[in-house]
Design a protein around this ligand. Structure first.
Ligand SMILES: [Mn+2]
Length: 481
């Protein structure tokens, strides 16, 4: 055939495979029917069963509907990356998309049933025609039986939900889709959200183990990032290279980053959520790294250190770091069972306000600044200085004030402590040598019977320790400083 001749059937309409009987018959045959096991994270199914019991005790009369959700469409058949709803994961140990858990009350507890989209197998048109659930598109997948065995919950196809009656009045999670809720006369229940947040606040032994895995992987990730600092500086690869370095580490050793990775060098360090990460890494400036690995179980760490990119803090940088460290220690000292959650916040804020006053940066007295009607010190620290941590980086966010801010700490709570000081480059109220310095120090802390345990203690918090740690990791990099 000459190159100028058109290929066979050129000029005819593009054939749609789903409309060709001969093709459907051909592709239906000749496949292995080896089942694919469902593989939830070790221990997740047992932990979820215990979580369902705890929820059942709280809401003995209620029918409960919690969905895993679906990924938003990005374009055509490309969706954003799916990540299952945290309440759903907590109750099932399952991370599948488009799944719904229904808990129906019975005397002495609830019956749980899971509804899942079954994969399209050979012999079904969807096998080759459905990009979301066809095994030719998404790979061989566990079936409903495999899921049921792995999770120890009866599992039915998601289509059976349409025939389900008696859901009116059920308590539905926010993750239940609008279409489903409308069809069954449901509305997202704040009461259910509150109960789940309340229950998720206290981590059981398996969850604490998952938190340790997430934190340990995160600490290792800090080392990986520090090793790449010289290259980011020398080759002009900048903040992006460090962000990408951590995200690759998080994806390799966990599910991925637990939130958008923050890498802020120099004037970007004081920006609380600097996730653009499109600037250079400046060797004379501080480098603020706020990063967390989300484990494969979806529990996440949330750790921040502020490094001297060149290996040594300037006197001004050290002065800021020292004050943040003192506030951090004052906060940590308040974390133990029986203290009110907010005590650590007020303890850290007192240190910050006193320090800023000593530097001449407060227009009012320390007392006036600390009073609820003042808060002047928070010009340089406008964010919160901690939060619950777990399946979500800002865990238990559907709580009422009295369950969270106003509650007493109890063993099993995992929270962050993260005071900082943020002097923006354009803030004319601070002396020039402080402008463009942002320091945050964030640890993940477990409340224990006797007090607390800093899970991220492998990373130093004092300026000398941070300098030594930075130099040691940079020296292990390919290039050195
Ligand atoms: Mn945090």
């Amino acid at each position: 055939m000459s190159e100028t001749a058109r290929p066979p059937y050129a000029g005819t309409r593009y054939p749609k495979l789903a409309e060709i009987p001969a093709f459907a018959e051909h592709i239906a045959k000749g496949w292995s029917d080896e089942p694919v096991p469902a593989a939830p994270v070790d221990g997740a199914a047992a932990a979820a069963a215990a979580h369902r019991e705890r929820l059942s005790e709280r809401l003995p009369e209620a029918t409960i509907v919690v969905a895993s959700g679906t990924a938003p469409v990005r374009n055509d058949d490309c969706d954003y990356l799916f990540r299952a709803d945290s309440d759903f994961v907590w109750l099932t140990g399952c991370q599948a998309e488009g799944a719904t858990l229904v808990m129906t009350p019975r005397p002495g507890g609830h019956d749980a049933r899971l509804y899942l989209p079954p994969p399209f197998r050979p012999g079904e048109t969807g096998f080759f025609a459905d990009a979301a659930h066809g095994e030719l598109w998404v790979g061989a997948s566990p079936g409903l039986r495999e899921w049921s065995e792995a999770l120890q919950i009866p599992v039915e196809p998601v289509a059976a939900l349409d025939d389900l009656t008696g859901l009116q009045g059920a308590l539905a999670s926010r993750s239940v889709g609008a279409e489903f809720a409308a069809r069954h006369g449901l509305e997202p229940s704040a009461a259910l959200g509150r109960q789940l947040s309340r229950l998720r606040m206290v981590k059981d032994a398996w969850e604490v183990e998952q938190m340790r895995l997430a934190v340990d992987a995160t600490v290792a990730g800090f080392g990986e990032v520090a090793r790449e600092v010289p290259r980011a500086v020398r080759d002009g690869l900048g903040e992006r290279w460090l962000q990408g370095t951590f995200d690759r580490h998080a994806r390799t050793f966990g599910n991925g980053p637990g939130y958008a990775t923050i890498v802020g060098s120099g004037p970007h360090a004081p920006t609380l959520h600097w996730v653009r990460c499109d600037g250079p890494v400046l060797p004379e400036a501080v480098l603020l790294l706020d990063m967390g690995v989300e484990a494969k179980s979806l529990y996440t760490a949330d750790v921040t250190r502020t490094l001297p990119a060149g290996g040594a803090f300037s006197p001004a940088q050290r002065q800021v770091h020292d004050l943040v460290e003192r506030a951090h220690r004052a906060g940590l000292a308040r974390i133990r069972p029986g203290t009110e959650y907010l005590d650590f916040h007020f303890a850290a804020m007192e240190v910050v306000a006193q320090g800023l006053h000593d530097w001449g940066l407060l227009p009012v007295s320390v007392d006036e600044a600390l009073s609820p009607a003042g808060q002047h010190h928070r010009r340089y620290l406008a964010c919160g200085i901690g939060h619950h941590l777990g399946l979500d980086v800002h865990d238990c966010s559907q709580s009422e004030y009295e369950d969270y801010m106003g509650a007493e700490l109890e063993p099993g709570v995992v929270m962050t402590v993260e005071p900082g000081l943020y002097f923006h480059a354009g803030d004319l109220t601070v002396p020039p040598e402080l402008r463009g310095i942002g320091v945050r120090l964030e640890d993940d802390v477990l409340v224990t019977e006797g007090g607390s345990e800093v899970l991220s203690a492998a990373l130093p918090i004092d300026a000398d320790g941070v300098e030594a740690w930075t130099r040691a990791h940079v020296a292990h990099g390919k290039d050195g400083l």
